[in-house]
Design a protein around this ligand. Structure first.
Ligand SMILES: CC(C)(COP(=O)(O)OP(=O)(O)OC[C@H]1O[C@@H](n2cnc3c(N)ncnc32)[C@H](O)[C@@H]1OP(=O)(O)O)[C@@H](O)C(=O)NCCC(=O)NCCS
Length: 294
């Protein structure tokens, strides 16, 4: 499939961005970003790029400028690819085009949030793009009722994508196979902070250790949160609560998310890698962490 990335700038395609938001997330009109806002941001230093299958818009990425101290960055607010086009590398293409556009403007940082329990997003953000995470934000939008997010608090990772750092350049050019959870489980090199107990294909969050001091620790996650939500929302909530404790604790203690391995077999978790590393930065995103007041 020959997918091309280009700016979204016709009225028809701008309106199609509404449809993509409704289809991809199941958003109500209140949650859909209107095209007037998308195009205004694009004219004012932001980015609005579409992925096209021939003449058809099948996904888009939208972001606007942010500022932390004197540092300008792009906040990438929304990216959506139509469900039938997902997991084909289109998200990656959109992000790489967004990166090119920002570098041409002299901006070397893109930031966005995502639900840590969504494996597809984690593979793309951490492994394919080389982003890192140091901040966990609790319930940033409060309760929302679109089908993709309903029933769980809107906790998010704040993803920092430093466009010119070695790690990012290495990941985006890499042709190496991505890590698999199976390998990390078998090689037994790093210790796990937590474990899942499996009932058939349903993982329940079990014991966790919040006091480990190893240089690298691994965190188990459910391989398919949406499948769990359909069967038993309380188990999905259990994962939200236990991983919130884990990530908040280890971020506070200086760990950074630097890797992710996808589950490849039944009864196998997705796995995040957290490393205790110095990560100097000039940006301050701590305001996210306090979340939204009811
Ligand atoms: C998140 C999203 C934009 C990514 O776009 P995409 O085109 O699917 O992304 P890519 O194909 O480039 O990368 C996805 C990767 O996740 C992998 N993946 C798929 N299911 C997975 C799972 N359950 N666990 C882990 N990884 C998974 C894919 O195989 C692919 O990796 P690969 O290239 O090694 O095969 C798209 O899936 C989407 O629109 N999702 C719904 C809306 C959303 O969450 N938007 C982002 C937040 S605003």
């Amino acid at each position: 499939m020959d997918i091309k990335i280009r700016p979204v700038n016709t009225l028809t395609d701008l309106r199609k961005c509404h449809e993509i938001q409704r289809t991809t997330w199941g958003f109500t009109d209140l949650m859909v970003f209107p095209y007037t806002q998308l195009i205004s941001s694009a004219h004012n230093g932001g980015v609005l790029l579409g992925s096209y299958d021939g003449p058809e818009l099948v996904g888009f990425v939208y972001g606007y400028l942010g500022m932390s101290g004197a540092k300008l960055y792009l906040f990438s607010q929304r990216m959506g690819v139509l469900p039938s086009y997902q997991s084909m590398g289109i998200g990656m293409k959109l992000k790489l085009a967004q990166r090119d556009q920002m570098l041409r403007k002299g901006i070397d940082l893109i930031v966005w949030t995502y639900d840590p329990l969504l494996g597809k997003n984690a593979t793309l953000n951490i492994e394919k793009l080389g982003g890192i995470v140091r901040h966990y934000a609790r319930d940033i939008y409060g309760a929302v009722n679109n089908p993709l997010q309903v029933g769980l608090s809107t906790d998010r990772f704040l993803l920092e994508w430093e466009l010119m750092n070695d790690r990012v350049r290495e990941r985006i050019r890499s042709t190496k196979p991505r890590p698999r959870a199976e390998e990390w489980l078998k090689e037994n090199k790093f210790s796990f902070v937590n474990y899942a107990a499996w009932e058939g294909n349903l993982p329940r969050p079990m014991a966790m250790d919040l006091e480990m001091d190893d240089d690298v620790v691994l965190v188990q996650n459910p391989p398919d949160l949406n499948a769990i939500k359909k069967v038993d929302l309380s188990i999905a909530r259990g994962w939200r609560e236990s991983t919130r404790d884990i990530f908040e604790t280890y971020f506070r203690r200086g760990y950074v998310i630097t890797g992710f391995a996808r589950s490849t077999e039944p009864q196998m978790p997705n796995i995040y890698k957290m490393e205790k590393i110095e990560h100097p930065t000039t940006s301050d995103f701590s305001s996210w962490v306090t979340g939204i007041k009811p």
